[in-house]
Design a binder for this molecule. Structure first.
Ligand code: UDP
Ligand code: MG
Length: 330
C-alpha cells in the first residue's frame, strides 16, 4: 500500500474515508505465539472478500515466547503483512501508537491478538464508519471473561461514559475502527489506549459503537489483572486533565489553590484585626498556624499552575489543540 509522503500533521485536513477506502489492521501483541498464524489467516480470509486495499501490521511488544519470530515469518511470506518489533515491552498504548504511525490505510482498525476479537466483524466496522463516523468502538455485550474482570470493567465504563459525556458502553474494547484523520490524531502513551473514544470525542470527532462477538481466551493468559482496574481510575483523572484542562492548566490548579489561599488570608486577617484591637495575644492560636499553612500551600499550588501555563505556552503548538474538518477554496 503506497501513500504520498507529504508530511501529515494534526492540521492536515483529510476527508472522511470513502466507501472503497484502504484498510490498515493494527494488532499489538505480547506473548501470543499460539494465535498469530490463525489470526493472520482469518484476517486474510475476511479481507479477501472485500474489494479494498489492505495491510496487516503486527506490533511485537517485546514478546519472549517466540511470537516475534512467527510474526516475522508471516511478514516475509505474506505481502500484506508487516511487523514492527519493539526492543522490549513498552505496553499496549505504545504498541498501538507505533502501529498507527506505520499505517498507510484510509481506515485504521485495531484489534487484540488473542482471538477474542473476531475478524469477521471487520466489514461491519467499515460499514458503520462509512455512515460518517470517525470512530467505531466495539462493544463486547456478552463477555467471556471472569466476573472479577467484567464487574469492575462495567463500573469503570459507566463512570467514563458519564465523565466524558459519551454514549459508549465498552470504552476499553481493543477492537475499534478509526478514520485516518482520527487515528493519526491520537497521541497514545501509558494507558491512554483505553480512552481513545473519550480523547477523540473531546476534540469533536463523531464516535459510535457496534456490538461485537467476544470469544473466551483459549490460548495464553490475560496481561491485565484486577490490579490494573485500580490504576484505571487514576488514568481517568489523567484523561480528564488532558481533555478539559490541557490548554488552561491554571484553571485546574486554581480549583484547589485559590480556596486555600483565600481561606488562609481570611484567617490571618481576622487574627490581625483581633491583635490590632488589642483583644489578646494571637501568637499561640492554632488558627494562626492554619492560616499560614493554607496561605503558603495555596500560593504554591497556584505557582505550579502558572508554571504549567508557561510549559503549555512554550511546548504545545496551537495546532495540536484543534482539528480542522476541511478547508474549502474556489
Ligand atoms: N498486549 C500488548 N502489550 C502489553 C499487554 C498486552 O501488546 O503490554 C496485547 C495482548 O497481547 C493482546 C492485547 O494487548 O493482544 C490485549 O491484551 P489481553 O488480551 O491480555 O487483555 P484482556 O483482553 O484480558 O483485557
Ligand atoms: Mg484478551
Amino acid at each position: 500500500m503506497k501513500r504520498n509522503t507529504m508530511v501529515e500533521t494534526a492540521d492536515t485536513p483529510s476527508p472522511v474515508a470513502p466507501e472503497d477506502a484502504s484498510v490498515s489492521i493494527v494488532v499489538p501483541f505480547l506473548d501470543e505465539a499460539s494465535t498469530l498464524e490463525t489470526l493472520c489467516s482469518r484476517i486474510q480470509a475476511v479481507m479477501e472478500t472485500l474489494d479494498r486495499e489492505w495491510e496487516l501490521i503486527f506490533v511485537d511488544d517485546g514478546s519472549t515466547d517466540g511470537g516475534g519470530e512467527i510474526a516475522a515469518d508471516l511478514a516475509r511470506r505474506e505481502p500484506q503483512v508487516k511487523l514492527v518489533r519493539f526492543t522490549r515491552n513498552f505496553g499496549k498504548a505504545s504498541a498501538l501508537s507505533a502501529g498507527i504511525a506505520q499505517a498507510q490505510g484510509d481506515i485504521i482498525v485495531t484489534m487484540d491478538a488473542d482471538l477474542q476479537d473476531d475478524p469477521t466483524e471487520i466489514p461491519r466496522f467499515l460499514e458503520r464508519l462509512a455512515e460518517n463516523y470517525d470512530v467505531v468502538s466495539g462493544w463486547k455485550q456478552t463477555r467471556h471473561d471472569p466476573l472479577g474482570k467484567t464487574l469492575p470493567s462495567r463500573v469503570f465504563n459507566r463512570m467514563t461514559a458519564k465523565m466524558f459525556d459519551i454514549d459508549i458502553h465498552d470504552i476499553n474494547c481493543g477492537f475499534k475502527a478509526y478514520t485516518r484523520r482520527a487515528a493519526k490524531r491520537l497521541n497514545l502513551y501509558g494507558e491512554l489506549h483505553r480512552f481513545t473514544p473519550a480523547l477523540l470525542h473531546a476534540v469533536g470527532f463523531n464516535c459510535t459503537e457496534i456490538i461485537v462477538q467476544h470469544h473466551a481466551r483459549e490460548h495464553g493468559h490475560s496481561k491485565y489483572g484486577t490490579k490494573r482496574m485500580i490504576k484505571g481510575f487514576l488514568d481517568l483523572s489523567t484523561v480528564k486533565l488532558l481533555t478539559r484542562y490541557q490548554s488552561r492548566p491554571l484553571h485546574f490548579f486554581a480549583m484547589l489553590g485559590l480556596p486555600l489561599l483565600l481561606l488562609g488570608l481570611g484567617f490571618i486577617s481576622y487574627l490581625s484585626v483581633l491583635w490590632l484591637l488589642g483583644l489578646g495575644p494571637i501568637g499561640t492560636r492554632p488558627l494562626l498556624f492554619i492560616g499560614i499553612l493554607f496561605t503558603v500551600t495555596g500560593t504554591q499550588i497556584l505557582g505550579v499552575g502558572l508554571v504549567a501555563e508557561l510549559l503549555q505556552a512554550s511546548g504545545l503548538r496551537e495546532r495540536d489543540k484543534y482539528v480542522i474538518d476541511e478547508i474549502i477554496q474556489s
